[in-house]
Design a protein around this ligand. Structure first.
Ligand code: B16
Ligand code: MG
Length: 211
């Protein structure tokens, strides 16, 4: 392995709680049942696909595309307000140290995130310009579990999928990695589901996998 492609939300930083709270605020306003179990299905999934999952519990008249886009924008405004409070202190010191150690070991490092807010988040946590490549929601047309975001990251790095390890917290993200021909190391929800080639208890276990 020559490169590592990191998912952002749930791997490098914990914006997943902000996503949950923002969707919860929208769902409560619309009177739609939404809880943390449903929220787990939104991990790694694009904004509009997330909204469709939430609307499965809507039993009224179907919403128009225009209304759905307004709901997604409303959620994103709430979410972006929370992101404004993030700072480099939201990057765990052990995560930052592990990233630097992996770079020192000679690995190329990239981001593979479904989020269109990736550049803003990387800026907030002090990682703008740190990665060798960033593939995110702004350069893809198909969201995880489609492998497009990771294939683009490998392409930006000039590497083949077989040369890259994907690190993911979402089951949909692990599926995307495998569909693209990558090995996948999981943390969090995906590790608990046991869907990775490695299922880690913490991010720093990567230092044992990538010697
Ligand atoms: P945005 P990741 C994903 O980020 C999140 O896990 C998912 O919950 C979110 O809906 C998606 O980004 C899109 O985010 O609304 O900011 O474009 O895990 O792929 O880094
Ligand atoms: Mg994630």
């Amino acid at each position: 392995m020559k490169a590592i492609i990191f998912d952002l939300d749930g791997v490098i930083c914990f914006t997943d709680e902000y996503h949950y709270l923002a969707w919860k605020q929208l769902a409560d306003r619309l009177g739609i049942e939404f809880d943390r179990t449903i929220n787990n299905r939104l991990r790694g999934v694009s904004r509009m696909a997330s909204l469709e999952i939430i609307l499965e519990k809507w039993h009224g008249e179907p919403f128009s595309q225009e209304q759905k886009e307004a709901f997604a924008a409303e959620k994103n405004d709430i979410y972006r307000e929370s992101l404004k409070n993030m700072s480099p202190a939201d990057l765990a010191p052990e995560t930052k140290a592990a990233l630097i150690e992996l770079r020192n070991r000679g690995y190329k490092l990239a981001i593979g995130s479904s989020s269109k807010n990736t550049p803003f988040i990387l800026g907030q946590i002090g990682l703008s310009g740190f990665f060798d490549a960033v593939s995110d929601g702004n350069n893809i047309t198909r969201s995880k579990p489609d492998p497009e975001v990771f294939l683009k990251a490998a392409e930006f790095l000039g590497m083949e999928p077989a040369e890259c390890l994907v690190v993911e917290d979402a089951v949909s993200g692990a599926e995307a990695g495998h569909a693209g021909g990558f090995k996948v190391a999981c943390v969090g929800d995906a590790a608990q589901a046991g869907v990775g080639d490695w299922n880690m208890g913490s991010f720093t276990e990567l230092l044992d996998i990538c010697k």
